[in-house]
Write a protein that binds this ligand. Structure first.
Ligand code: 5GP
Ligand code: ZN
Length: 115
């Protein structure tokens, strides 16, 4: 279920190129174009859903089910000291792309750019 004007639907479809981290039939993960920290990754459901409020439980389940494996892949690739998971919903909460996504933010030290 694509949404014509959605950047992340275009990324999932391959209409916009992305650096793929992981893909299966339900989930796509790719490097954020603006790397807050090295390895900053976005994990999205292939089903378009605007935010956490609009997300059916089965879509949420399939998305979060894959997050530990994706986090471990990033950990193996980048060797961060820690990792933040972040999900912004609505403009006031800094959501800028209205297709549900989880930020995986590897953390290296107190000066790594994310606070
Ligand atoms: P939000 O602010 O909605 O939580 O996060 C949206 C994220 O999407 C931002 O961190 C932004 O850098 C990223 N982003 C926006 N457009 C693109 C794009 O075309 N490609 C990739 N890889 N990331 C994007
Ligand atoms: Zn979308």
């Amino acid at each position: 279920m694509d949404h014509e004007d959605c950047i992340f639907c275009k990324i999932i479809n391959g209409d916009i190129p992305s650096a793929k981290v992981y893909e299966d039939e339900n989930v796509y993960a790719f490097l954020d174009i603006s790397q807050v920290t090295k390895g900053h990754t976005l994990v999205v459901p292939k089903t378009h859903t605007q935010n956490i409020y609009e997300t059916p439980p089965d879509v949420a389940g399939k998305l979060f089910e894959r997050v530990p494996a994706i986090a471990n892949a990033i950990k193996r690739a980048y060797h961060p000291a820690g990792m933040n998971l972040l999900n912004n919903n609505e403009k006031i909460a800094d959501q800028s792309v209205f297709h549900l996504h989880i930020h995986l933010l590897p953390r290296y030290d107190e000066n790594d750019g994310f606070s």
